[in-house]
Design a protein around this ligand. Sequence first.
Ligand code: GDP
Length: 473
Amino acid sequence: MINMQSLNLNDTIAAIATPCGEGGIGIVRISGKDALLVADKVFSAKSNKKPSTFKSHMVHYGWIMEAKSEKRKAQNEKIIDEVLLTVMRAPRTYTKEDIVEINCHGGMVALKSVLDLVLSCGARLAAPGEFTKRAFLNGRIDLAQAESVLDIIHAKSQEALRVSLRQLKGGLSERINKIRQGLLESLALLEANIEFPDEEIGNIDKDALLGKLNDALDKLNSLIQTSFYGKMMRDGIHVVICGKPNAGKSSLLNAILKEERSIVTPIAGTTRDTVEEFISLKGVPVCLVDTAGLKDASGLIEKEAMSRSRKKIKHADVVLVVFDSSTKLNKDDKKILRQANSDITVAVLNKIDLKKRIEEDVIRRSLPRIVEVSAKKERNIQALEEAIVGLACKRQGSCQDGFFVSNTRHIQALKEAHKLVASAVSSMDNNLLPVELVAQELKDALSGLDEVLGKDSNKDILDKIFSQFCIGK
Ligand code: GDP
């Protein structure tokens, strides 16, 4: 169980909540029971009122001053920064505690000076993630929601961001609570059987019980299925561009990136090593890899480059095999065609701005997914992007009404719960285990789900999760 004392909810914490470096504004955030008292000590409002008398959720203009005498203010002495200060009173705040946010206009030095002053007036420097941890400990959000705050900060794509926001609103918690409810009802039925073993409740309720458990299994399973999609959205997909030298791989990469980053040259075989670029294609984070041209290697360096290209292709989620459509297939093309895995490959017929000479029907026999483009003239690149994302989504499963699970800890807990419930169902089906042991499996499954929501998390788990946050969040 959580040791509340060691989690220090009684003091007042403060931190710079905006990233390091130069910026238009920076925010110092204070949370805790003394937040308003600290603000009274450091803030001098233009209206001369004290922050502790301000209405909640209102912004006030003034100065952060080391000593707040009128005379000094007039002399412009000891003014650390000109700021906007917002008071947000508990419980309608991020942490459910009193919060003061100071919008500083100076640079990093002013921001640090404001923080130092706040710390010298009774606040303590917050640990990473401590504001969010307080929101969790004060019961405003559950652990899955707290983790979604982290995912929001780290989101690599619009789609990942959208789902993290949805999770913050309780999307996952709601689904897990429904599963928990089903398991709790099943457990109640089982325990009635334990308490009144002489009455053949097992016979009466077995169907109802199995129905409930199978329903929980279905729900768990469909959440687990979304995790493949979730992983794709979280970590992105690897798209590897390959093909014989001079087919137009680098040009294609550039056309997709819409900027000239890798070297494009008419001399065959200049992309010796692989070039990697991260982009977002239709909301999916994508790592695009341009490989060395695939052909029979002669020199040692070429052989090494070739072997690296093959490794990249082996680990790819989607492979783009680029052909020069203005020439007939040569032996390098034919070898690539023989080796390509049609499940993950899109054949790209490049240079359609030139006269077409390639044997498209031969390609189609091995690789049915074909997109014609001109990398040089940036023609049909959109269609290719759609084909890439379409293929990746098809392979990675789908989301559930726009929702997916992407957090590794959650996925593991769901899989473990699924395993336990499946085992309980099979034990009951085959009258294998005593009822007590089946009940225990359901209890274990339930506590696994509780871990996701943080209902029974120990301090180590919490520390591990919140230490991944940045300071000030
Ligand atoms: P790579 O060796 O496969 O990476 O090929 P490059 O991207 O370096 O391109 C080889 C040559 O083909 C260069 O001269 C490019 O300008 C040319 N090229 C690439 N794409 C096209 C295209 O769509 N149309 C035409 N006409 N030329 C292209």
